[in-house]
Design a protein around this ligand. Structure first.
Ligand code: SIN
Length: 359
């Protein structure tokens, strides 16, 4: 694509659509019976685009690439690396005005945070939008939501830059939000991935939402490196609950686990049964982040109790997002060590966890 002598991205008519799979590319076995019995990742992205051709904005040209065609519950570290590199390289391409990613909604939350933390500043600086989208109903369901989501995403990726700055966003059910604010908090609702996220109508951007976006972007100064496919630090999520046992923590000692995200109760409270084992985990160099299993709200340091030094509170990051943030922070700190610079994983993690909240 880059061989064409286009001078600037704003003059290029090309939107790149990257296919990752998901329900948007899914097929129900009996679409008129129960559309929720289906296989995700069955149709190629080119076919999805052929269904929306007639609704494309005037003058916009589409190119597409199939990065994967999976059910996103099977998303892997290696695929995130592949997607991150594809996004980064395509942002650099003068022929690309914007990027749309069709993705399964189950782990779109992880991909949203990953892309913000690794490509967010770059997209903002270049004035290009990357838009994640998906669907809750498979492509052959009578009321399939994929086509309208895909069209909305293409429109949003291609609208003039003054309306909304470059960056990493998501669009579903007629609304847009920062991709790092995605949070699938409902199993079946048609707006599940962003129903609880600060969002704006894609038709008319809400000025107070827009000023929140600008505050987040002003605070995000530098992208973190994309880990190599085989260099993602191993991080697990453990949930505190009634009847919790120390063995749940001790189990990981002696493994290659580098970090644990603790989804605590309420404000991030951890069962007393875990406390001694968590001190031992810190002593063994395992990174600890404390978040909440409630799925919403901010987790503050030293609330409800004083944190053991070294354990970080997750801020507004949910457990899945905190896990990605911790992996990226550990990877960035490893690279800093190679450079001889003293930044720790906590320094990198805090950059993500402390971003302003859009209200
Ligand atoms: C998936 O995440 O691939 C399946 C579920 C969905 O896309 O809604």
């Amino acid at each position: 694509m880059s061989s064409n002598p286009v001078k600037s991205a704003e003059k290029s008519p090309y939107i790149l659509v990257l296919g990752m799979g998901g329900t948007i590319a899914g097929l129900a076995r009996e679409p008129k019976g129960n559309p929720l019995q289906y296989e995700a990742g069955q149709l190629g992205v080119e076919l999805l685009l052929s269904h929306v051709e007639s609704g494309l904005p005037a003058g916009i040209k589409i190119v597409s690439r199939q990065v994967a065609n999976i059910n996103s519950r099977n998303l892997s570290d290696a695929l995130l690396t592949q997607l991150g590199i594809a996004v980064h390289d395509s942002l650099a391409d003068l022929m690309v005005m914007g990027i749309v990613i069709t993705h399964g909604t189950d782990t779109i939350e992880e991909t949203g945070l990953f892309l913000q933390a690794t490509c967010g500043k770059y997209a903002q600086t270049l004035g290009k939008r990357v838009i994640l989208t998906g669907a809750m109903l498979p492509a052959n369901a009578p009321k399939a939501d994929g086509p309208s989501n895909l069209l909305d995403a293409i429109r949003w990726a291609s609208t003039p830059i003054d309306n909304c700055p470059g960056g990493i966003y998501a669009v579903m059910d007629g609304r847009g939000c920062l991709a790092m604010d995605l949070a699938k908090r409902h199993a079946t609702a048609i707006n599940a991935p962003l129903r609880d996220s600060p969002s704006s109508s894609v038709g008319l951007i809400n000025p107070s939402w827009l000023s929140g976006i600008k505050a987040v972007q002003a605070a995000w100064n530098e992208d973190l490196p994309i880990p190599k496919a085989n260099e993602w630090p191993w991080v697990e999520i453990l949930t505190s609950h009634a009847g919790a046992r120390a063995q749940t923590i001790v189990h990981w000692f002696g493994s290659d686990v580098k970090g644990l995200v603790l989804a605590g109760t309420g404000m991030g409270g951890i069962h007393d049964e875990w406390k001694g084992a968590l001190d031992q985990a810190l002593g063994r160099g395992i990174a600890l982040v404390r978040t909440s299993r409630t799925g919403a709200g901010t987790i503050y340091s030293d609330i409800p109790e004083k944190d053991t030094p070294g354990c970080m509170a997750s801020g507004t990051l949910s457990a899945p997002r905190a896990r990605i943030a911790l992996q990226l922070a550990l990877n960035a700190a490893n690279q800093e060590k190679l450079n001889g610079k003293p930044l720790t994983w906590q320094d990198f993690f805090a950059r993500i966890a402390d971003l302003p909240e859009i209200r």
